[in-house]
Design a protein around this ligand. Structure first.
Ligand SMILES: Nc1ncnc2c1ncn2[C@@H]1O[C@H](COP(=O)(O)OP(=O)(O)OP(=O)(O)O)[C@@H](O)[C@H]1O
Length: 234
């Protein structure tokens, strides 16, 4: 793997006496597309949230481009999440009262870009994501697949280093889910962002370059994938 953009080393996260992460090392290279799979409760979401600086680990450290981020103060960490990371969740992440284009513009506005410029930049994402003409729709007027495309636009519009996607197709039917993940993996690669994707679905994971299997808070297997096929035990 080329130089990693994001690394987690020795990550432990406890909830009471239970270890949701029991000592995990994970690295993501720039433009790498990493899938995380495992049984329910195995620690997939916890790993994603710790790597994304949303949950702080009890032990271990997270580094972005070589700099430690898990020990930053809350203000710096939230600014870093806003500018260096993009997020796509299962559903319900768009603000219902805002038109789609303003949902996409919002993280840029929070980052200090004037509203007109942010909306203009946001609009440019709509045609390439198959959303032409939907700029003014509110999330309630979009299909599930369209709403996830808007969420992808919003995640990428800040030009993040890493996009984190937690079950991004979990609320979609299989065909729409495949369309959304194929778009997500393509545009993250085109824009040079890494992707960390949690999924239950092997067909969704198959769109990625690497797969981590998590069980009981540990990485138990790592694979390299090509065209959905396992090519190597990493
Ligand atoms: N805030 C919390 N408080 C207490 N326990 C938690 C908390 N968050 C997660 N856990 C526990 O940590 C373990 C790992 O949870 P996590 O959500 O990471 O699993 P997961 O693999 O993503 O599961 P799923 O596929 O069901 O979403 C589970 O046993 C869960 O119950």
């Amino acid at each position: 793997m080329s130089e990693p953009i994001l690394t987690g080393s020795g990550l432990v996260k406890r909830y009471g006496s239970m270890r949701a992460l029991a000592g995990v090392d994970a690295a993501v290279a720039a433009a790498d597309r990493l899938a995380i799979m495992g049984p329910s409760g195995s620690g997939k979401s916890t790993l994603l949230h710790v790597l994304a600086g949303i949950i702080r680990p009890d032990e271990g450290e997270v580094r972005l481009a070589g700099s430690r981020i898990d020990d930053l103060g809350e203000n710096r960490l939230s600014a870093l999440r806003r500018t260096r990371f993009g997020f796509v969740f299962q559903a319900g992440q768009l603000l219902p009262e805002l038109p789609a284009e303003e949902n996409v513009a919002l993280p840029m506005m929070l980052g200090g870009l004037p509203r007109r410029q942010a909306v203009a930049r946001a609009r440019a994402w709509f045609p390439p994501l198959g959303l032409d003409g939907l700029e003014g729709r509110r999330p309630g007027q979009l299909s599930g697949g369209q709403a996830q495309r808007v969420a992808i636009a919003r995640a990428l519009a800040v030009r993040p280093d890493v996009v984190f996607a937690d079950e991004p197709t979990g609320a979609l039917d299989q065909a729409t889910g495949e369309e959304v993940v194929s778009l997500l993996t393509r545009v993250t690669r085109e824009h040079g962002a890494a992707l960390v994707l949690v999924t239950h679905d092997p067909d969704i994971a198959a769109h990625c370059d690497r797969l981590l299997q998590v069980r009981d808070g540990l990485i138990v297997e790592q694979y390299e994938l090509r065209a959905g096929q396992v090519t190597a035990h990493a």
